[in-house]
Design a protein around this ligand. Structure first.
Ligand code: UDP
Ligand code: MG
Length: 326
């Protein structure tokens, strides 16, 4: 089938990060393509994030059947956030939708996004109405994370908004300028600003397979989110240190007075051991916080590319867009 867009700019790009989702790709395409009837022309860019199943073969077959379905295959797993960045780099559309491959994000919602986009909104995000598809433990951690994130309060994350959204070209170009490695996309979407609106949606169950995010991965991601959007954890040690030093000074004065009033006493060592351990712990925590930031500075100054592409499937145009960019 020839490319119906003939290489011209499609109205909408759809960016789909995929990691071992071969069983979900065809069911997704079957629902996604009809849902895209609401736009003049489209392209779908799958980013195969180093899958080890036959995802890449399925993507090749899909592209052979319909050239509007393109793909970029990474040389290894770089993570969903980086996969989204690659999709944003390669997207040619006047706008782009970002969505998961597991059908948790219903393609039918795209029609609602497009309606808002045509009203002039540049950042149309889906707002999940519940988190019932997540485990109770994950829900609890998510809630705590949002509390901590908003307590530092340098940017506001809209409650329940995730990656499922439509971004106008102006927002995509702004995102393309943010080349940080420790990526927390939800924060980046909020940081770029633009005229934004939420559209409610219900998260569906995963079509097939399991979530690719272990608790370990989620914890790392939560750290990335906080550390890349606030320096409060670095600065707070100045205040903690000052408070502890002031307390120590008051104590010193008290002990001196004690000697003058009651003479020399032999205090128990338990309190000494406890305070030594406590303050050693406080110092290690503060060093750890420094380490988190220095580690990130190190990763950024190396200036490595965000990802390495192993293969582009029907993506000559996407490659060109990127080359122009560099
Ligand atoms: N994903 C990815 N790279 C990864 C992990 C996940 O590209 O390292 C993709 C995955 O294939 C899916 C989307 O990101 O399309 C969301 O992943 P998942 O459904 O596992 O996350 P959850 O829905 O549990 O947040
Ligand atoms: Mg999912």
């Amino acid at each position: 089938m020839p490319d119906p867009c003939n290489g011209a700019t499609p109205e909408l790009s759809v960016i789909v990060p995929v990691f071992n989702e071969s069983a979900n790709l065809r069911p997704l395409v079957r629902r996604l393509v009809p849902a895209l009837d609401c736009v003049e022309s489209f392209e779908v860019i799958f980013i195969d994030d180093g899958s080890s199943d036959d995802t890449r073969e399925v993507l090749r077959a899909l592209n052979a059947e319909d050239p509007r379905l393109r793909a970029i295959s990474f040389s290894r797993n770089f993570g969903k956030e980086i996969a989204i960045a690659a999709g944003v780099d390669a997207a040619l559309g006047r706008g782009a939708v970002i969505m998961d491959a597991d059908l948790q994000h219903p393609p039918e919602a795209i029609g609602l996004f497009v309606a808002k986009w045509r009203e002039g909104y540049q950042n149309v995000y889906a707002v999940r109405q519940s988190r019932e598809t997540d485990s109770p433990a994950r829900r609890w951690f998510t809630k705590k994370f949002y509390h901590i994130f908003s307590a530092f309060g340098e940017i506001d994350l809209p409650e329940g908004a995730g990656d499922f959204r439509l971004l106008d070209r102006v927002a995509l170009d702004a995102l393309k300028g943010l080349r940080e490695r420790a990526r927390f996309s939800k924060g980046l979407y909020a940081w770029i600003g633009f005229k934004s609106v939420g559209v409610p949606f219900e998260v569906a169950e995963r079509h097939s397979g399991e979530s690719k995010f272990s608790y370990g991965k989620l914890t790392r991601f939560a750290f990335d989110g906080i550390v890349s959007f606030t320096t409060v954890p670095l600065k707070v040690w100045t205040y903690i240190g000052t408070a502890i030093a002031a307390f120590a000074l008051v104590n010193a004065v008290y002990y001196v007075l004690e000697v003058f009033i009651w003479g020399v006493t032999v205090p128990g060592f338990a309190s000494l051991i406890v305070s030594i351990m406590f303050f050693a712990g406080v110092q290690l925590i503060s060093l750890g916080v420094l380490g988190e930031y220095i580690g990130r500075v190190f990763a950024e100054v190396k200036g490595r590319p965000l990802y390495v592409v192993a293969e582009r499937i029907g993506a000559a145009a996407g490659a060109q867009a990127e080359a122009d960019d560099e």
